[in-house]
Design a protein around this ligand. Structure first.
Ligand SMILES: C[S@@+](CC[C@H](N)C(=O)[O-])C[C@H]1O[C@@H](n2cnc3c(N)ncnc32)[C@H](O)[C@@H]1O
Length: 280
């Protein structure tokens, strides 16, 4: 599939999610990249119940695969950029950490998501958060203007991941940090899964091996790229999961093959830094 078609497919699927009238891979209360129920999401991907309760209703659609804000050591006054901010959950959590003197910018290419996030910000009275419509491969953000880039379950969806990392590097100030949660693979996927649009939108088919992911970060200029958290897909009790639902749409993929391939799907949080430029 051409890059343009991938973007269109992803935008349509997440637009439907944002409108709440159906999703890429299940009904509106299901997630694409996370588990089916919100309470499971908290336990599985690292959000505390108090965190989820602190954000405006509708900011958490259970779309993430980690909690990058919890690991990013954000400080008062910092500027944070969230790549693929969706309905805004991580932006609102980051806003609390950086305080009124800090700033949070969310970028997303799906107009309905940006609208929903802006409405959530308005209802929650967040005046240090803004949402911009744009692609993470062409960030609408000035060079060297951001202290911390975060992202949650988005880069796997990009058809040009090296460019995403180059853009993140460009917008960070020297010494800035990157903290991303995402899906990576331990084993190559069968061709029928790689070609499945449902599995792509569900954050499986666009994922790459962990080493390739780390290499792309380093090639973009990042230093000290390392995995700080890693979790396997919980194969037990997977019947209810929307990822499994998406995979059930892949023609000819048996339950056993599904269980096998999900064992090789990992959710990771990776940190890296942009050097200060003063290193020898
Ligand atoms: C799985 S959701 C994650 C949303 C959010 N990070 C969260 O955890 O709730 C993926 C989001 O990334 C956005 N997205 C996907 N590819 C993108 C791209 N190339 N540029 C900008 N946004 C993108 C989608 O519109 C969607 O809102």
């Amino acid at each position: 599939m051409e890059e343009r078609d991938i973007r269109r497919m992803v935008r349509e699927a997440y637009g439907a999610m944002a409108r709440g009238g159906g999703s890429c891979c299940g009904p509106a209360d299901r997630s694409c990249c996370g588990p089916a129920r919100r309470e499971d999401a908290g336990a599985r991907i690292g959000y505390r119940e108090e965190e989820l309760d602190s954000v405006p209703e509708g900011a958490d659609l259970g779309l993430g695969c980690g909690n990058p804000v919890a690991l990013a050591s954000l400080r008062e006054g910092e500027t944070v950029l969230d790549l693929g901010s969706g309905p805004g959950l991580d932006c609102f959590l980051a806003a609390g950490r950086v305080g009124r003197g800090g700033r949070v910018i969310g970028v997303d290419m799906t107009p309905e998501m940006v609208e929903r996030a802006r409405e959530n910000a308005r209802r929650g009275g967040y005046d240090n958060v803004e949402f911009r419509l744009g692609e993470i491969e062409n960030l609408p953000v000035a060079d060297g203007s951001v202290d911390v880039v975060i992202s949650n379950c988005v880069i796997n969806l990009s058809p040009d991941k090296p460019r995403v990392f180059r853009e993140a590097f460009r917008v960070l100030r020297p010494g800035g940090r990157l903290m991303v949660s995402d899906i990576v693979l331990e084993e190559e996927l069968p061709e029928k899964v790689r070609e499945s649009t449902a599995a792509y939108v569900a954050c499986i088919s666009g994922a790459v091996p962990k080493d390739d992911y780390l290499r792309m970060m380093e090639e973009a200029g990042f230093r000290e790229a390392q995995v700080v958290e890693e979790a396997s897909f919980p194969v037990d009790g997977m019947l209810e999961d929307s990822t499994v639902e998406a995979l059930s749409a892949v023609p000819g993929l048996s339950r056993e093959e599904t269980a096998h391939l999900l064992r090789g799907v990992k959710s990771v949080t990776i940190q890296a830094i942009k050097g200060s430029g003063l290193e020898s």
